[in-house]
Write a new protein. Structure first.
Length: 437
């Protein structure tokens, strides 16, 4: 079993209660930081040694910022907290009865466990989606999509056939939620910005197609804001198809339920997510999207020392499930830390209550939408507030400065600098063979 190797205070640490946190995303990291200097030993476990700022993944995919600007070292975040230890490992199995976490290289005991393993792309059983569509849930996938996009530009520049060019420059985005809208808007901006780099291309041939299965965009925001987003994307040149359900994804396009086929060299999948977690020794209560049902205190039923937060947990408030955005995970991380402290003090844990500070979504071309309390707004104010909020939440002063400079360069100079292509394995697997002929 993994034990502390702190020689000066080893015996004291071994007597401490150990809190193991699996996953260093928004919720897991917040739980660890909230337990800093609390008198417990915190073991933070993640397969990566960096935390990804997920809301800006689409900007990596569309070459607005470099990947390293949104990947912040976990050890740098926790180095000022002496009771937090970080372990880079893949968790393979958790034994609730014996309170043991088995990783790919060691085993760890715990007294309290916080599961914050997040989510992965859900392809909804659509044939061909996992094989041929690009998802964007982690840094590697965002980089692969970026490489794919610019591979298409480079290949189109070599083609004289207008039909081949149009196909290479057609991007179909499945899912009209926040991420789908962000990708569509950013790609639209890219087509305008990159015209000077590809003088042989008429980038007006480029097509960005957004496919939404329901009758509106941004279903988590009021109808009025969804309508504004729809009109704004049309003005930006994005073709929006509502009530367009994808039935199949193939190499080079998608099919809809009504039989229509849409040729597209690149298909981007933003239509769904599902919780992901390691194998566990006991049967869990699971709901839609593989989420774990938790008590109002965020504890697993029957296991008072195990908590689940973030995308992993199914939490209802006022009769509606929470949507899985970063502010929810952050507040849950704080709530779990408080409840663990209450455990140690012999007190009962408290119910989690989410305080909704509002929702924002960026469209592009200096426009966005938002709802804060009873106030709904769109346009420049929504765009500016989205940038400001995400800049504040981005970890690390250096990262904030570099991202701010990248944004200034993008919007003032009108350029995209992060356009290198290294042909990742993911890119090659999902690329039609003829693209490289």
């Amino acid at each position: 079993m993994l034990k502390s190797n702190n020689s000066t205070n080893g015996q004291q640490l071994e007597k401490r209660q150990r809190v193991a946190i699996v996953g260093a995303g928004f919720g897991g990291m917040q739980a660890a930081q909230s337990l800093a200097r609390s008198g417990v030993e915190v073991m933070l476990i993640d397969r990566n040694n960096y935390q990804t700022f997920v809301p800006l993944l689409y900007q990596v995919a569309t070459a607005q910022i470099e990947p390293e600007k949104i990947a912040y070292p976990i050890r740098t975040i926790v180095r000022s907290s002496p009771n937090i230890r970080f372990l880079m490992a893949e968790v393979e199995h958790i034994d609730f009865a014996n309170k043991v976490i088995k990783t790919d290289n060691t085993s760890i005991t715990y007294d309290y466990l916080v599961l914050a393993t997040g989510s992965q792309t859900q392809f909804l059983g659509i044939p061909g989606a996992s094989e041929y569509a690009f998802s964007m849930r982690n840094l590697g996938e965002a980089i692969a999509l970026r490489e794919r996009i610019f591979s298409c530009f480079e290949k189109a520049a070599q083609h004289s056939d207008p039909i081949s060019r149009e196909h290479l420059l057609t991007f179909a985005i499945v899912g009209g939620g926040g991420t789908g809208v962000e990708v569509a808007g950013a790609l639209s901006e890219s087509l305008k910005v990159l015209a000077k780099d590809y003088p042989t291309l008429d980038l007006r041939q480029g097509r960005i197609i957004l496919l939404q299965s329901s009758d509106r965009l941004l279903p988590d925001l009021p109808q009025k804001l969804g309508n504004y987003t729809y009109k704004r994307l049309l003005q930006m040149g994005v073709k929006v198809h509502l009530n367009a359900k994808v039935s199949r994804v193939i190499r080079g396009g998608v099919y809809l339920h009504d039989g229509e086929s849409i040729p597209a060299a690149t298909v981007v999948w933003t239509a769904g997510m599902e919780a992901v977690y390691p194998t566990i020794s006991e049967k869990l209560f699971i709901t839609a999207k593989s989420k774990l049902i938790v008590n109002p205190t965020l504890q697993l039923p029957g296991r008072s020392n195990v908590y689940a937060i973030g995308d992993l947990a199914y939490v209802e408030q006022r009769g509606k499930p929470l949507t899985g955005v970063a502010p929810e995970a952050l507040q849950q991380g704080v709530a779990v830390a408080k409840n663990i402290k209450r455990h140690l003090q012999g007190k009962k844990p408290q119910r989690f209550k989410y305080f909704n500070k509002g929702r924002l979504a960026i469209i592009g071309s200096y426009s966005g939408v938002g709802k804060i309390g009873p106030f709904e707004f769109g346009g420049f104010l929504g765009w500016f507030m989205w940038l400001g909020v995400h800049l504040v939440y981005l970890p690390g002063y250096r990262s904030r400065l570099l991202v701010l400079l990248s944004w200034l360069h993008t919007y003032l100079v009108g350029d995209r600098t992060a356009r290198s292509i290294v042909f990742s394995k993911t890119t090659l697997q999902k690329t039609p063979e003829r693209l490289y002929r």
